[in-house]
Ligand binder design. Structure first.
Ligand SMILES: C[S@@+](CC[C@H](N)C(=O)[O-])C[C@H]1O[C@@H](n2cnc3c(N)ncnc32)[C@H](O)[C@@H]1O
Length: 311
């Protein structure tokens, strides 16, 4: 029905007002009209059942806006006009298999940084590794470290820097790092090992000079992790919800930080139990600073804040 017939006179002034109002809404909600596709409660449940079963991440109602905004981008890219058709395609058809990976990718939280929660690296260097070296005695075994939930790689490169430094101090201490994640886009960024100079700023200057390469492209301030760091790390896709991990059973150190925070207690307990079976006697599990194992049945003993040991 034409606007005029609805009794609405759009004068120059109220047209201006209407546009201003719309622009303000777009700015404050961060959305343009194109994004205003609503995710119903039922559709959120379909997403959260899939993500919960597949990856363990819990998506309660409080996350509706976040899920809506992250998935809207996928709808736009694929040309779907509503969530139902998108979810029918992704979850119910064989053609949706690849999109399932994208769905997991956009709904995982990948926040990370070099030297995040730095106390843990101090503990590793000053207590854990010396204890492992002492336990191994004359038998100079390779120290095996697993960085589980490595995101875009910053944590695994921090481990590589610290262990390279120790290796120099301890007359070529052998070590290797397995770094795993479920997100394919994160793993591909991690294996490239390229970051902005700004991201690398939390690495101490002398270590940046020693281990990082500057990008040849002078337009962008980029750095690449040097070969000494990269050759020690193997990046691999691994879902921590798998009952049987495809990972070696003789790990000396497992870092699994800021991953379990998204799981419920039952899943956490199951995961910690599986980590126990992948650690050697005397091995260490590091979890994030807000992820205490209090209330979880485990034989691991706490030896420092959020550091646990298999006795
Ligand atoms: C917030 S990041 C933490 C990164 C890093 N550990 C740190 O503390 O900086 C959490 C990572 O866990 C990964 N993740 C979540 N659920 C997972 C699962 N079931 N299996 C493997 N990785 C998972 C996510 O893809 C994400 O990259």
């Amino acid at each position: 029905m034409p606007i005029k017939e609805r009794g609405l006179q759009l004068t120059k002034n109220n047209w201006y007002y209407l546009m201003q109002n719309l622009q303000h809404r777009e700015k404050t909600t961060g959305r343009s009209q194109q994004h205003l596709i609503v995710l119903s409660e039922h559709e959120l449940k379909r997403v959260s059942d899939f993500i919960g079963n597949e990856v363990g991440i819990q998506l309660p109602m409080a996350k509706r806006t976040l899920v809506e905004s992250r998935l809207s981008k996928r709808l736009r890219i694929l040309g779907f006009n509503d969530f139902k058709s998108y979810l029918d395609h992704t979850l119910e058809t064989a053609d949706g298999a690849l999109e399932k990976l994208q769905l997991i990718d956009v709904l995982t939280t990948n926040k990370t940084s070099f030297y995040r929660e730095p106390d843990h690296f101090d503990y590793l260097v000053n207590h854990a590794v010396p204890a492992i070296v002492k336990k191994n005695g004359n038998n100079r075994q390779e120290i095996k470290v697993w960085c589980a939930g490595c995101s875009t790689g910053e944590e695994s490169y921090t481990l590589s820097i610290e262990l390279n430094e120790m290796s120099t101090a301890h007359n070529k201490l052998p070590f290797n790092i397995l770094a795993t994640d479920i997100s394919h886009s994160c793993l591909s960024k991690a294996s490239r090992g390229v970051y902005t100079e700004r991201q690398a700023e939390s690495i101490p200057l002398e270590l940046r000079k020693k281990y990082l390469l500057r990008s040849r492209n002078s337009d962008e301030a980029l750095v690449q992790m040097g070969p000494q760091l990269r050759q020690r790390i193997k990046f691999k896709s691994l879902n921590l919800m798998d009952e049987r991990f495809d990972a070696p059973k003789n790990m000396d150190v497992i870092f699994c930080r800021n991953v379990m925070i998204y799981f419920n207690n039952e899943l956490r307990e199951g995961l910690v139990k599986r980590f126990e079976s992948h650690l050697v006697k005397g091995g260490y599990l590091f979890v994030g600073h807000s992820e205490s194992l209090n209330g979880i049945k485990t034989t691991l003993e706490q030896v420092a804040p959020m550091v646990y040991q298999k006795k």
